[in-house]
Structure formats: structure tokens, C-alpha cells
Design a binder for this molecule. Structure first.
Ligand code: G6P
Length: 421
């Protein structure tokens, strides 16, 4: 097993580091970098059917559902086609309105999740064709679908999904681009620009993941020994350290992994975490919260940044770490507008003594003056930022769970694939 982990302490860490390859392999052969055209093989859905489609109905579970929520933003923005996103476990119980021109889209790492298969059966019974985004060739969902976009992430062993998620986001982006080209909703120049930007993602991820010696087992600066904090009652845990004003100004540049280890050291005793995002970054906030709760057993909630004033603001005090996704594409006015709104949400949190960890875009020198901690990711077009910004959230959850002595790859009460309803 140690050999299968390729020197990493856990499968999850190995899989986090495999994401550049997973994204590259999911794009490979599907996009021309000369023209930006998308080629999707083996779909028995014609271009005419895509043009006539009235909507896309996405059904999925867990992390795959978060990918679906982000996919809604991609498809609606690029292809101007309405998208509904359902929990697969809810879909058939709400007596969905039949529309044979709606195309069903099932997103599933395993292709065997019982609820997702049931939603697919319901869609097919109502006359819709179904597409699958799936990581396992030949799985049940792919056998029933009219076409599959395979995510080439390779086998995922860690129960908490990481590389399958970023590969799903990549496949959704490719699908959105394809729909936009078929439906003629973007120009050839935009297509080429977006295809080129997509092709740059793996190397951008490589640059932030660039391994530091402490990441692998057996190196001189191994990850701090796990503490049994998870087992200790909340009252016995040490309080969060005070706001490190001085540290923020003097700490030298850290790698992403070191930075997340540092934050884990500061915040692993928290009882609650909040994750905030707006627009396409909101599903990533949900995913950050899910990663943390499933492997560290800390209660975490993801929330749309603008909804804080309608309830969660009441939770904020000096013991609440709040992870705010505040990235932006400076070339996209709608992205900048959302960013500015998120900045005012961040100020509302800091005014109430919340402990803000911001995920921001390199080059944004303003935000680090407003918050306690800033993690930078490389710039990208708005719809591609989620693929970069989820990685620090995965690493943060990972290092917090390791510090709390949790079984990162096999969290209690959870299964990799849930084949019962
Ligand atoms: C389980 C796993 C999650 C996964 C979900 C959906 O709950 O623990 O990581 O997101 O199932 O699985 P699927 O294979 O359908 O993507």
C-alpha cells in the first residue's frame, strides 16, 4: 500500500497532487488548440438535439453535486441554456415536470451511486436523453447514458473526492464550450481564448502544488505528528491563537502546502468553520466545507457570501474562522463586480472579529490589508477559477485532519461509493 501511495502519507495527498495530470488527461484530444473547437466522441445526441434542447437537468450527489452547481454557471453563461441542478436523492421524489427536450446530465465519479442511477432512470422514463460525466468506463450510469464524457482522473482511493472533482469541473467546462459552439452563442475568438486558457490550467496548478520537501513521508521536515485533539472535548482544547498582526507582515513567502500547514496549526482546534463564495465560487465554498467536515469532523458550512446578513452573521465572533473565496478575473467586469461585493461581505465579517482566510488572485495587493490570512492562486478566466481555488481548500482540510489525528483516507461512517438509496 505504501508503494501505491507513491511516497505520500495518504492517498488523498497523492490525489491532490495528481490534479494537474487529471485535468490534462480530461482535456486531451477533446479540444483543438488551433481553433478552440471541441470534439466529443460517441455521443448519440446530435447537434440538432443540442440546439433544440430546452434545458439541461443535472442530478448528482455529494461532491459531484457541487461540480454540477458550478457547471450550471458554465453552461448558462457560455451556451445560454437554462440548467437545473438537483440532488439525485431528491429528483424523482419531487414529481419533476416532463420535457423530452430537456437533456439529463448525471455527474458521478463511480458511476454506481444508487440515487444517481435512480434519477437517470426517472429522466429516461420521462423521455429525456441522458449524458454522463463519469470516471469509471463501463460503470452502470455509462451503460444507460446516450453518451459519456469520461473524466480521466484515474482511480480515486481517498473517500474524500479531490482529483475526480477538478476533472468533473474540467469536463463540464468542455461540455459548456461544446454546447456554446453548437448553439452559436460564442464567437470563434472567444472559443479559442477559453480553450487556450483551459490548456494553461495544469501548469498553473503545477506551479502552486510544486512539492515542498515536507509534503512527502520520510523527509526531514515531516508533517507535524498527529495530535489526538479530535478525541478531546471542545472545552479541553486550546483557544485559537490571537490575531497575528506581526506575523502577517514579517512571514516570508510560503509554498501553498506550507501555508496550509501553517493555517492548520493555527485553526485545527476550531469547533466551526464558515466558507463563503459568490456566483460560481459559492459551489466551491460548499465543497471546501464538505471536505473539512468529512475528514476532520469539524462542523463547517458553506454559504453564499451575500446571504450572511440574513442569518449567519449572528454566528461570527473571534473564534470563527471564515474562509472567503474572493478571486477575480480583472478582465471580466461581472467578475470584478462580484469581487467588490464579496470584499464588503468580508469587511462585515472582520468588523465582527471573525477570523478571515481569503482565497485571492495573484496581483490583488489590496485584500491582504483587509484580512488576517491570504492564500493566492494564479489568475484565470472567471469560469476556470474554481479549478484552481478548490485546491487550497483541499489542502487546508487535509492538514487540519492530519493535525487532529483523523483517518484522512477512510473517514468514519462514510463510503467511497454509496450503492444503496
Ligand atoms: C460518496 C462519496 C463522495 C461522493 C459521493 C457521490 O458520498 O464519499 O465523495 O462525492 O458519494 O459519489 P459519485 O461516485 O456518484 O460521484
Amino acid at each position: 500500500i505504501q508503494a501505491e501511495k507513491a511516497g505520500y502519507k495518504h492517498f488523498m495527498l497523492k490525489e491532490i497532487n495528481e490534479q494537474p495530470r487529471a485535468i490534462r488527461d480530461t482535456t486531451l484530444g477533446r479540444i483543438s488548440l488551433d481553433t478552440g473547437r471541441v470534439f466529443l466522441d460517441n455521443l448519440s445526441i446530435t447537434d440538432e438535439e443540442f440546439r433544440a434542447a430546452t434545458q439541461i437537468t443535472i442530478a448528482a450527489c455529494g461532491t459531484s453535486w457541487h461540480a454540477g452547481l458550478a457547471g450550471k454557471f458554465m453552461i448558462e453563461r457560455l451556451a445560454r441554456l437554462p440548467v437545473d441542478v438537483d440532488y439525485a436523492s431528491e429528483y424523482r421524489y419531487r414529481d419533476p415536470i416532463a420535457d423530452p427536450r430537456a437533456i439529463g446530465l448525471l455527474i458521478t465519479q463511480s458511476g454506481e451511486t444508487a440515487d444517481t442511477l435512480a434519477a437517470q432512470a426517472e429522466l429516461i422514463a420521462k423521455g429525456s436523453k441522458t449524458l454522463a460525466i463519469c470516471n469509471v468506463v463501463g460503470s452502470a450510469v455509462t451503460r444507460r447514458a446516450s453518451g459519456t464524457i469520461t473524466t480521466n482522473a484515474g482511480p480515486e482511493i481517498g473517500v474524500a473526492s479531490t482529483k475526480a472533482f477538478t476533472a468533473q469541473l474540467t469536463a463540464l467546462f468542455v461540455l459548456a464550450l461544446h454546447l456554446a459552439q453548437v448553439r452559436d452563442t460564442i464567437s470563434p475568438e472567444q472559443s479559442l481564448h477559453l480553450a487556450t486558457e483551459l490548456s494553461h490550467l495544469p501548469s498553473k496548478l503545477e506551479s502552486i502544488l510544486a512539492l515542498h520537501s515536507s509534503t512527502k513521508v520520510g523527509m526531514s521536515e515531516g508533517v507535524a505528528a498527529p495530535t489526538p485533539a479530535a478525541a478531546a472535548p471542545a472545552s479541553a482544547r486550546t483557544p485559537l491563537p490571537p490575531f497575528p498582526f506581526i506575523e502577517r507582515r514579517t512571514r516570508p513567502r510560503l509554498s501553498l502546502d506550507e501555508h496550509c500547514q501553517h493555517l492548520a496549526k493555527l485553526f485545527h482546534n476550531a469547533n466551526n468553520f464558515l466558507f463563503l463564495g459568490r456566483g460560481i465560487h459559492y459551489p466551491i465554498a460548499l465543497e471546501g466545507a464538505l471536505k473539512l467536515k468529512e475528514i476532520s469532523y469539524i462542523h463547517a458550512e458553506g454559504y453564499p457570501a451575500g446571504e450572511m446578513k440574513h442569518g449567519p452573521n449572528a454566528l461570527i465572533d473571534e473564534s470563527l474562522p471564515v474562509v472567503c473565496i474572493a478571486t477575480k478575473d480583472p478582465n471580466d467586469p461581472s467578475s470584478v463586480l462580484k469581487y467588490e461585493k464579496t470584499l464588503s461581505n468580508i469587511q462585515e465579517v472582520t468588523a465582527r472579529s471573525g477570523r478571515v482566510i481569503a482565497i485571492a488572485t495573484q496581483g490583488d495587493d489590496e485584500i491582504c490589508n483587509l484580512v488576517e490570512h491570504t492564500i493566492y492562486i494564479p489568475p484565470a478566466p472567471e469560469l476556470l477559477l474554481p479549478i484552481l481555488e478548490v485546491v487550497p481548500l483541499q489542502l487546508l482540510a487535509y492538514h487540519i485532519a492530519v493535525r487532529r489525528g483523523c483517518d484522512v483516507d477512510q473517514p468514519r461512517n462514510l463510503a467511497k461509493s454509496v450503492t444503496v438509496e
